[in-house]
Design a protein around this ligand. Structure first.
Ligand SMILES: [Zn+2]
Ligand SMILES: [Zn+2]
Length: 339
């Protein structure tokens, strides 16, 4: 039986249509992506990349050479223009209230290389390596917050061609924005309205409700819960929510980072074992730097590319999901982890 479901935070409907699960190609397979003879992201090939911006390094090693565990570099093909030189006035928008509002799109667009060796799947990273990746996320967010000029930073990871990856060596990307994008604005609005109505955080309530319901849980630790969201757009869509209310990801301490790395690694390991070559995106949603209050609650979203958005989705914004989140959670729980 098909069912409409509304997301608990944002005004977004999906159709859960399990009868379509029998259709062929439940997964968009990870196809071979660009694999030139030399991988620019492997250690030893630093000269093939742009300048190193930040890194988690072995003591005594110098920026720009080997010895790093994770490193942030500029994207060679950025979708944002280079920053104006220091001291140049910040570009301002033209006619911000007109029908044709615009703003120069400038800012850092970085690649966060997740391992010095040629890893292509998250499950190939050790707990320590995964922790280093999250440490680099935190370090970049803190540095960009300190710059005081960005409104929002999106960190995302594309794994597999169907998820948008053009280089197979495992990497995340980061873009610092002068605008708060609609996906975040909608969550902020939803959280704000819920707080006005109930006096509580919608994400905190959601976590408590998922723990009580149990049916959509993949894993619960004292610090985090992993669940298939009630109104999942994609089959096996998964979210990781921290139990402790915190608006910004960069407030995590070292111990929390390690705990999160364990949860993330187990979750991605399960998703990668669902099908031999699953493509997926990992999105970090954290509060805008200029958020007026702490109503937001940071989280990670994992979107397996189980189906392509087609005419209906583009026309309506309503995704059709062939695997009920409850069934997805049951299957994910049944998949063992490496540990
Ligand atoms: Zn490589
Ligand atoms: Zn909360």
């Amino acid at each position: 039986m098909a069912e409409y479901r509304r997301d608990p935070v944002v005004d977004r409907w999906v159709i859960i249509a399990p009868d379509r699960a029998g259709r062929p190609c439940e997964f968009v397979e990870l196809e071979s992506v660009e694999r030139a003879g030399v991988c620019p992201f492997c250690a030893g090939n630093e000269h093939l990349t742009t300048r190193e911006i930040d890194a988690v390094r072995e003591p005594g090693t110098a920026p720009g050479g080997p010895g790093w565990r994770t490193r942030a570099i500029g994207n060679k093909y950025p979708f944002l223009d280079a920053l104006p030189m220091l001291g140049e006035p910040r570009p301002s928008g033209r006619n911000p209230s007109s029908l044709f509002a615009s703003l120069p799109a400038v800012g850092p667009h970085e690649v966060l290389v997740e391992a010095p060796f040629h890893a292509t799947r998250a499950s190939q990273l050790s707990l320590e390596q995964t922790t280093d990746v999250l440490r680099l996320y935190r370090s970049r967010l803190r540095a960009l917050r300190a710059e005081g000029r960005w409104r929002y930073v999106q960190i995302f990871r594309n794994v597999g061609e169907a998820a948008g990856a053009s280089i197979e060596h495992l990497h995340s990307q980061l873009a610092a924005l002068d605008v708060v994008p609609e996906a975040i604005a909608a969550e902020l609005r939803g959280a704000g309205e819920y707080r006005t109505r109930h006096g509580r955080c919608v994400f905190c309530d959601l976590i408590a409700a998922e723990l009580a319901a149990e049916v959509r849980l993949c894993e619960a630790t004292p610090e985090f819960i992993v669940a298939c969201p009630y109104a999942s757009r994609f089959s096996y869509e998964t979210a990781i929510w921290p139990r402790r209310h915190e608006a910004g990801f960069d407030a995590l301490d070292d111990e929390e980072l390690t705990k999160l790395a364990g949860v993330l690694r187990r979750t991605l390991g399960r998703i990668e074992r669902l099908a031999a070559r699953t493509s997926y995106n990992v999105l970090l949603h954290t509060a805008p730097f200029d958020a007026a209050d702490d109503a937001y609650h940071w989280h990670l979203e994992i979107l397996p590319r189980t189906a392509k958005a087609a005419g209906f989705e583009w026309g309506t914004g309503v995704f059709i999901n062939a695997v009920a989140p409850e069934a997805a959670a049951t299957r994910l729980r049944a998949i063992g982890t490496n540990e």
